[in-house]
Design a protein around this ligand. Sequence first.
Ligand SMILES: Cc1cc2nc3c(=O)[nH]c(=O)nc-3n(C[C@H](O)[C@H](O)[C@H](O)COP(=O)(O)O)c2cc1C
Length: 226
Amino acid sequence: MDVEGQIVVIKSVFLSEGTKTMSSILLVTSSPRGAASHSTAVATEFARKLQRANPGSQIVTRDLATQPLPHIDAEYTAGIYTPEEARTAKQQQAVTVSDRAVDELFAADSIVISTAFINFSISSTLKSWIDHIARAGKTFSYGEEGPKGLVTGKKVYLVLASGGVYSAGPASALDHAIPYLKSVLGFLGMTDVEVVRIEGVGMGPEAEAKAIATAQEQTSHLALAA
Ligand SMILES: Cc1cc2nc3c(=O)[nH]c(=O)nc-3n(C[C@H](O)[C@H](O)[C@H](O)COP(=O)(O)O)c2cc1C
């Protein structure tokens, strides 16, 4: 397996000289349910809607389900605190995975992150991606005024599919996905976050169809507003 993860440009629209700079949409998918995944389907279609609303933009896809990043380990945690010239080959290899994920993040203008709701939280592959993009000195810093997020100016869209309903009601306290994602992304400087929920898909075929339709309608509005 390619441990650096897969980077696929779905589509590039070429610009003639003199037109506005090409913007980039980073699509991060992570559901372990493959072709059955609602979050992957809605998020992928949403990225295309954003692209259509912003002609000339490109979509870069990081599919964490089929090309997961390795869990951070001893090589990585030692490597990030070791000057590049002093790193072992294994440390350098581990840090390079993170460097590439961080570069990809900075290169994006908007970011669509999709996840399945798994055991009250996010897909484990998405957690691993977060562990790679949260880098002291790169994506956040500590100063006299405390921590400062360095990934600014991004528009982030979170697409979450869940069997139950967590946006309101008694189960909302069990949502450890959206509050967590908002916290960690905000810590890194990404505070402009929209949430698209495909929720209640486990509550029967009608509820499932309605959840998908509602999410698709919301993404259409968000794309037009982008
Ligand atoms: C292993 C596993 C754990 C799940 N845990 C929860 C859960 O804690 N709460 C919930 O409401 N749904 C849970 N579900 C249902 C998923 O959230 C639901 O199938 C959703 O559609 C998954 O997103 P996806 O369609 O993008 O794969 C779980 C599903 C799986 C396969």
